[in-house]
Design a protein around this ligand. Structure first.
Ligand code: NAD
Length: 474
């Protein structure tokens, strides 16, 4: 299938002299040429957004809500086409690519019904104070590659429902579905309100430093997030940083092991571990360690098969790109070189017969040392360390790494006990008896090295608006 892609500026299709292609993670074949936005394209998009903002920012919440429903309908109409493109560029199976599209639809519909409302902040005999939420201006949405549509869409719908314009920059590893989505959505919003530009670090840096962009919502690595924040400081941009996580999962001695094993395998290996809130370090109480490990290995070997066909209903696929593939392979090599016990997996797989593609077996490593690369760094791939603990203070200290501020999980039959442990974990979200799965209604944020601010839920929307107070004297 030969497809064409465009930057979308002021609702117009724009090509470029410079293009790049993405490598299909299944086969290493080159996919379609994708135009790289030039500085002039970026300047034109900023001007179009500035022009559009004067009227778009004055639209009412119900008007914007109605347009979000249209955006969701458009996604539904083109869902299959977009899922097919997304499956190609990410290596996801049909089921996983479908989840990306379906979740984006659900997010749009959620925000079409959950806009920010004015609130009375104070009232007495003489004074009434009302807070209202006004748009910031133009939002630059800088996105990663692991869930291209979901993670772009949350920034887009949050921007639009609050009356901002938005320019999306997908990851250069996965630009296609996002670019096609914006192309297909032309005509829903006034020109200049919803635009897309393809590019890499250079374009991202330009967005962060330009005075015509008023907020950056960034999702990506912690090291990039630091550069983003520094660049945004020069123009005092509002910044949301959704960064990396190294989620700890703590299994208490009374956990329902059968359920915990299923949930934790999914937490670690869904999307081949390329989830910001994947369970990335499993701490199991010493008393149940052997039984848990045996169950986990059985579950992984039985359910997380390496399969080429994108139509196979698998939640496990190749690593998305060569850069990440080399990082994960390096972590596995480090485990081998240091003699850690690999209970299952540990090898690349020749799925296509040509030896090509970024395929790795789901890998479980038993009791690597706490200071190992696998435990200390975010692996962002299909390799999971299983560690043991016996003292609660000790496991909490080990769990609370600086880079572990995004998510965590706790498993116990005793919900009070689980809650007590969850409250001791320094992470933005903690799931109890469930692997880490964000919910649109709940604020999702990283603390410590995992970020700054957050998205989703009512509190997430607040970061896309200024809150202004009107003080009435009676
Ligand atoms: P990345 O930081 O390499 O890139 C993210 C985006 O930033 C890309 O669009 C990239 O082109 C752009 N970029 C690169 N340099 C830039 C610069 N100097 N200024 C502005 N933009 C720049 O991240 P990635 O590898 O694409 O994504 C994987 C990471 O994202 C993982 O660490 C994962 O944990 C994290 N992540 C976090 C969340 C979350 O919600 N907290 C969600 C998904 C992924």
């Amino acid at each position: 299938m030969q497809l064409q892609f465009y930057n979308i500026i002021n609702d117009e299709l724009r090509g470029s002299e410079n293009t790049h292609t993405v490598t299909d993670p299944r086969t290493e074949d080159e996919l379609w040429p994708c135009p790289i936005a030039a500085t002039e394209d970026f300047e034109d998009a900023v001007s179009a957004a500035q022009k559009a903002f004067t009227t778009w920012s004055q639209t009412t919440v119900p008007e914007r809500q109605a347009l979000l429903v249209k955006l969701a309908d458009n996604l539904k109409e083109h869902g299959e086409e977009l899922a097919n493109i997304l499956a190609k560029e990410t290596g996801k199976s049909a089921i996983l690519a479908g989840i990306d599209v379906q979740a984006a639809i659900a997010q749009s519909l959620y925000y079409s019904q959950n806009a920010l409302q004015d609130e009375i902040q104070h009232e007495d005999a003489h004074t009434k104070i009302i807070s209202t939420h006004i748009p910031i201006g133009t939002v630059g949405a800088i996105c990663p590659w692991n869930f291209p549509l979901i993670l772009s869409n949350i920034k887009v719908v949050s921007s639009l429902i609050t009356g901002n314009c938005v320019i999306v920059k997908p990851s250069p590893f996965t630009p296609y579905a996002v670019m096609k989505w914006v192309e297909l959505a032309r005509g829903i919003f006034p020109p200049g309100v919803f635009q897309v530009l393809n590019g890499g670090a250079e374009l991202g840096a330009l967005m962060c430093s330009h005075p015509g962009i008023h907020k950056i919502s960034f999702t990506g690595q912690t090291s990039t997030g630091k550069k983003v924040m520094a660049a945004c400081a020069k123009t005092l941009k509002k910044v949301t940083l959704e960064l990396a996580g190294n989620d700890a999962c703590i299994v208490l001695p009374d956990a329902d092991l059968e359920k915990a094993v299923v949930s934790i395998a999914s937490g670690g290996f869904f999307n081949a571990g390329q989830v910001c809130v994947a369970s990335k370090r499993i701490y199991v109480h010493e008393k149940i360690y052997d039984e848990f490990l045996e169950g986990l290995v059985k579950e992984v070997e039985g359910k997380y098969k390496v399969e080429e066909d994108g139509e196979v209903p698998s939640v496990f696929g190749p690593v998305d790109n060569k850069l990440q593939f080399e990082i994960v392979k390096g972590i596995i090599e480090d485990c081998k070189n240091k003699g850690y016990e690999i209970k299952t997996g540990g090898k690349t797989v020749n799925v296509t017969g040509s030896g090509k593609g970024f395929w790795l077996e789901p890998t479980v490593v038993s009791r690597p040392p706490e200071e190992s690369l696998l435990v200390q760094e975010e692996q962002f791939g299909p390799v999971l360390p299983v560690l043991s603990w016996s003292d609660e203070d000790d496991v909490i200290r080990r769990a609370n790494l600086a880079n572990a501020g995004l998510g965590a999980s706790v498993y116990s039959r005793d919900l009070r006990e689980a809650e007590r442990v969850a409250r001791r974990l320094e992470a933005g979200s903690v799931w109890i008896n469930q692997s880490e799965r964000p919910n649109f209604a709940a604020y999702f944020s990283g603390i410590k090295d995992s970020g700054f601010g957050g998205e989703m839920g009512r509190q997430g929307l607040l970061s896309y608006a200024y809150t202004k107070c009107l003080h009435f004297t009676k």
